[in-house]
Design a protein around this ligand. Structure first.
Ligand code: TXA
Ligand code: MG
Length: 317
């Protein structure tokens, strides 16, 4: 493949990105959560290219990004609950898994054989401009090689995918820092992945807490593999007293910590810093190194942070 273009976040950069996407090319773009690896969701070759560039197993379906609810309703069937969630949280870091319309026109590879499609309306202004400029629904998994740490800067994207994609649109660091919350509406609604919208916020809209996928008999987001977000170094969690040789990542007051997710114990700051901090800890610890992470509370965004940390620490395949 050719060199990956580094596009500026201006009208020329957006126009170039949109033209590449319309021609079936792959362009990484910023969202408020993490950078997505964009490709035309209606184009079979583009979608196949996404799986190839990431090394992603073909049974793991892709999220489709659209600019607004009207565009989403052309792809999936919404009921009252889904509309209430969209009204409350779109644009924003919530992905809804809904019945695919027969006339949606998406590449069959998007849903990997499932009858439901995952839809997301990102809030990031550049993502919004790009979706409107290219006028196609965009498949957008996180722009990292499969199983590795998600990217929250254009430099992270290039580190993992340079030479494998046509371009990256540089929007600076992502503000939320963890991926979208994935929810399948229903009774009860199923939380397939905790993320940038907290379960508590969803409960305020629905009047009931969504059930964690692990608590329900069957449905699991296929991509929620045990090992994910894996640094090269080994990771140990909930550590209040690091062992000699461990690089300690703090949360709140942690005297002697090498790095911190948030010195003040702020969960939003910890989410925004999570992936960049894991990368930096990995770089400092080295390939045979060991990283220890302080406990992070399991409320609000802490649910998503702990989910990502648990996968980063899980035994590797
Ligand atoms: O914040 C985000 O959601 C980011 C940005 C770029 O939008 N995207 C992202 O995509 O995290 P990805 O592919 O890294 O994670 C998508 C997850 C995977 O676990 C996948 O299995 C699940 O969503 N998923 C996609 N389509 C699905 C479907 N039809 N049913 C159930 N799970 C689905
Ligand atoms: Mg991902």
């Amino acid at each position: 493949m050719h060199d990956t273009l580094h596009l500026a976040p201006d009208s020329a950069g957006i126009a170039r990105a949109a033209a590449l996407l319309r021609a079936g090319g792959l362009v990484a773009f910023p969202t408020e959560t993490v950078y997505g690896l964009g490709g035309d969701a209606t184009c079979d070759a583009a979608v196949a290219g996404i799986y190839a560039a990431k090394g992603r197993p073909s049974h793991n379906p892709l999220i489709v990004h659209v600019p607004d609810l009207a565009a989403a309703e052309r792809l999936a069937v919404f009921d009252d609950q889904a509309r209430a969630l969209a009204a409350a949280f779109w644009p924003g870091p919530l992905t809804l898994v809904l019945p695919l319309r027969t006339d949606a026109g998406l590449s069959p590879r998007i849903t990997a054989g499932h009858t439901r499609v995952a839809l997301r309306v990102p809030a990031h202004p550049l993502a919004q401009h790009l979706l409107r400029a290219c006028a196609r629904p965009l498949a957008g998994p996180s722009a990292n090689p499969s199983g590795k740490i998600s990217p929250t800067t254009a430099a992270h994207v290039l580190h993992g995918l340079s030479g494998r994609i046509a371009a990256v649109l540089d929007g600076g660091p992502c503000t939320v820092g963890v991926e979208s919350t994935i929810l399948a509406p229903g009774t009860p609604p199923a939380l397939l992945r905790p993320g940038g919208i907290s379960a508590e916020d969803i409960a305020r809209v629905l009047g009931t807490l969504p059930a964690r996928a692990a608590d329900t008999p069957n449905p699991v987001a296929p991509g929620q593999l045990a090992s994910h977000y894996a640094p090269d170094a080994a990771l140990r969690l909930n550590v209040t007293a690091p062992l000699p040789g461990e690089l300690w990542v703090g949360f709140g007051p942690c005297p002697g910590a090498a790095l911190s997710l948030s010195e003040t114990g702020d969960l939003a700051q910890a989410a925004a810093r999570l992936f960049a901090t894991l990368r930096e800890a990995d770089r400092r610890a080295g390939p045979a190194g060991r990283i220890a992470v302080a406990p992070v509370p399991h409320r609000g965004l802490g649910l998503a942070i702990n989910d990502r940390l648990a996968r980063a620490a899980a035994p590797r395949p």
